[in-house]
Design a protein around this ligand. Structure first.
Ligand code: ATP
Length: 205
């Protein structure tokens, strides 16, 4: 099923940041979002993931098909690596974490508490959770932050395999992942506004 967004207008903190933005993402395809800091990439991904509503426009093909990896890793610090993955696997109705451990070479860290991992190791664990969700659409916000070159390669391989299984990926990134993907610069869709009220639409900043 194709994910499509049509004529979106999106706001953050009550201030419009993007307007007239549309895209489609077919099964097996990846779309890379580009744009300078503050352009609205995170706002767009949060909206596609269902964390905030669009001011205008329509999104179809999202529903409960999306796995979202945000800036924060969202790990449970007092659970081990394997317990974190098993927790999420069970949320999605199974127990199999082997593919996730394999893809990000986490076996040597399997018994370590997530809270004791380095930043890059935490990121590898956070990204590996995508593999236990079984969700066909991955929505990823700067997924390679903290990753070394080898781990970026693991991530790119995981995305390629996901696309090969008919999955799709919407990725905001500033780096070249070496993926065959359409690149879409959101800069032309920035809303023209000078007003800022300083409000926030998030409970925790
Ligand atoms: N919690 C918030 N409350 C209010 N405004 C916010 C909030 N977070 C971001 N903004 C503002 O919304 C606009 C879009 O931010 P967004 O995080 O979507 O940009 P981005 O393209 O992801 O940037 P970056 O590349 O720096 O991650 C910016 O002007 C930003 O300052």
């Amino acid at each position: 099923m194709t994910l499509s967004a049509t004529n979106l207008t999106l706001a953050r903190g009550g201030v419009p940041v993007l307007t007239g933005f549309s895209f489609t993402l077919a099964p097996g395809a990846a779309l890379i979002l580009r744009g300078p800091n503050g352009a609205g990439k995170t706002t767009l991904l949060r909206t596609i993931a269902g964390l905030q509503p669009a001011l205008e426009g329509e999104i179809t093909g999202a529903e409960d098909r999306i796995a979202y990896a945000a800036h924060a890793d969202g790990l449970k610090a007092m659970l081990s690596v394997s317990e974190n993955l098993t927790f999420w696997a069970r949320v999605f109705g199974h127990d199999d974490i082997t593919a996730a451990l394999d893809a990000y070479r986490l076996h040597p860290l399997a018994d370590r508490l997530a809270g004791t991992l380095s930043a890059g190791q935490k990121r590898r664990l956070g990204l590996s959770r995508l593999l236990v969700t079984g969700c066909p659409v991955w929505v990823l916000d700067e997924p390679t932050v903290s990753l070394d070159t080898e781990a970026v390669g693991m991530f790119a391989a995981a995305v390629r395999a996901h696309l090969g299984r008919g999955g799709s990926a919407l990725i905001a990134t500033h780096i070249d992942l070496g993926l065959e993907a359409e690149v879409l610069d959101i800069t032309p869709f920035r809303a023209k506004t000078t007003a800022r009220v300083g409000a926030s639409d998030e409970a925790f900043l």
